[in-house]
Design a protein around this ligand. Sequence first.
Ligand code: UD1
Length: 371
Amino acid sequence: MAILVTGGAGYIGSHTCIELLNENYEIIIVDNFSNSKKESLERIRKITNKDFGFYEVDLLDQANLEKVFIENDIEAVIHFAGFKAVGESVQIPLSYYHNNITGTLILCELMAKYKVYNMVFSSSATVYGMSETVPISEDFPLGATNPYGKTKLMIEEILGDLVVSNPDWSIAILRYFNPIGAHKSGLIGEDPNGIPNNLMPYIAQVAVGKLKELTVFGNDYDTLDGTGIRDYIHVVDLALGHLKALQYILEHNGIDAYNLGTGDGYSVLQVVEEFEQASGVKIPFTIRSRRPGDIPVCYANPIKSKEKLNWTAKRGIREMCEDTWRWQQNNPNGYEEKKMHEIYCNYLEKVNMMKGRKSCAISYILTRKSS
Ligand code: UD1
């Protein structure tokens, strides 16, 4: 029996696959590489020295997704696949609703057809919206403020209706706080497309020299130093939370939601300081106005996950920074070497434009030589 992991090539998915393989689960990964790289699969193999099934399939492609169910004996699904950028979701809401919700509907229909009733669903603390108090427990009021968060909330509700319709279903909804860090090997980690939106990848790219300085969004919050406070959780702890949730749903029916966070909050400036100490690199920053939609303080009450799933986060903020730094140093351009060439090409183009020369031929020769 195999565990199907949708979005298994992505940041959290790839770390979870490693922990599953380490525990000798047979896994099948489905990914369309819309926000991930093929190379991450090679790295999973390298770290675990184990192989797995893989299908390059979009969840919206029902016919090809069905083949995965026909060709494999699937016991449970860990469902990560989905678009996840808050800002982008405001720009292109229909893509988010279509991709995240329709993709999940197709997946659930196939699960029901092939009698695979076990699912661990990747949700987010964003479903708590503008929570007025902390720490946040699972029974707090829900209400997302952007299309991305709304897709998570709507899917949670859809999954709840499924369980009502058929008690064979067993579903764990995992609400992540702020996942950061990377695998100890330095071989896999977060590889955002373009300029990162989130704090830790931004800091890491400043540290490695790809970005000039960090912008701190607001220092006038009612917090210890005025900057926003979040519950950062090591991605390996998060991955291990999925294993515990999987074990739980394989033994219990019904649906429940669980916070995956540490229960500790750190401000932006505290994270900057921890990163500086972990890396030995100074992170220049400028304070600017608040980012629209941000809340001052957000951290979890993780007690339910401890009591029901027997899971607690063990890795602290320093380790999160050290592991992020190792990944970033080893892979300054993420998984794709090609990106280095692009950056170099762009740079040469700028230099040569200033000199009034045509640069393509030169940059081509130079980047070929450097490879
Ligand atoms: C964001 C998403 C959330 C998602 C999570 C994944 C938003 C509004 N929310 O959470 O839905 O689940 O990422 O990790 O985008 N900050 C800076 N400078 C930066 C970037 C961030 O000062 O360049 C600050 C923010 O204002 C915030 C903290 O750092 O106080 C964390 O921000 P971020 O990493 O983007 O995460 P969230 O906004 O908490």
